[in-house]
Design a binder for this molecule. Structure first.
Ligand code: NI
Length: 177
């Protein structure tokens, strides 16, 4: 297990479309997931996608339990999701603030589907199927976007709602990474 460097916006590897995982339960996949978990926890991230550590595979993880980066967020169960498929439920979009370990120090207001279903596999190849809404749905959409080479700033509609965390939220003492 190891803490890996997280690629930052501007690195062309973050713009690639990642490939599906074809073998489950392998030592290589377990190693990747262990490294992602170490890295995400070290940086207090709400989620991480494999391409953020330079591995172009469709693997994401997310989970929120009193995360200091998102002090008002509801808990999201820790999940490793492989080859994810998202299906919006309804047509409602919701704007919400997001940050990203690949865009350190910044936040932006991003529209996302309010509610969706997601499916995929766990690390052993067992199916995952869930419904999610609000922050849980937002985190999943943000992470899956990474697999298609999309960073959240590209989704911002009003670029006056994009900036450095301490300037956007003075006095709130949010972590600035
Ligand atoms: Ni991100």
């Amino acid at each position: 297990m190891a803490i890996r460097d997280v690629l930052r916006m501007g690195d062309p590897r973050l713009l690639e479309v990642s490939a599906p995982v074809t073998s489950f339960g392998t030592p290589q996949l377990k190693q990747l997931i262990a490294d992602m978990l170490d890295t995400m926890q070290h940086l207090s991230g709400a989620g991480l996608a494999a391409p953020q550590i330079g591995i172009p595979l469709r693997v994401v993880m997310f989970g929120v339990a009193h995360n200091p980066r998102y002090p008002d967020a509801e808990d999201v169960p820790f999940t490793v999701l492989i080859n994810p498929v998202l299906t919006p439920v309804g047509e409602m979009l919701q704007e919400g603030w997001e940050g990203c370990l690949s865009v350190p120090g910044m936040r932006g207001l991003v529209p996302r589907w309010l509610e969706l279903r997601y499916s995929g596999k766990d690390p052993d190849g067992n199916p995952i199927e869930r419904s999610a809404r609000d922050f849980h749905a937002r985190v999943v959409q943000h992470e899956v976007d990474h697999l298609d080479g999309i960073l959240y700033p590209r989704r911002i509609r009003d670029l006056t709602k994009f900036g450095f965390t301490p300037e956007l939220f003075p006095g709130e003492d949010l972590p600035d990474d």
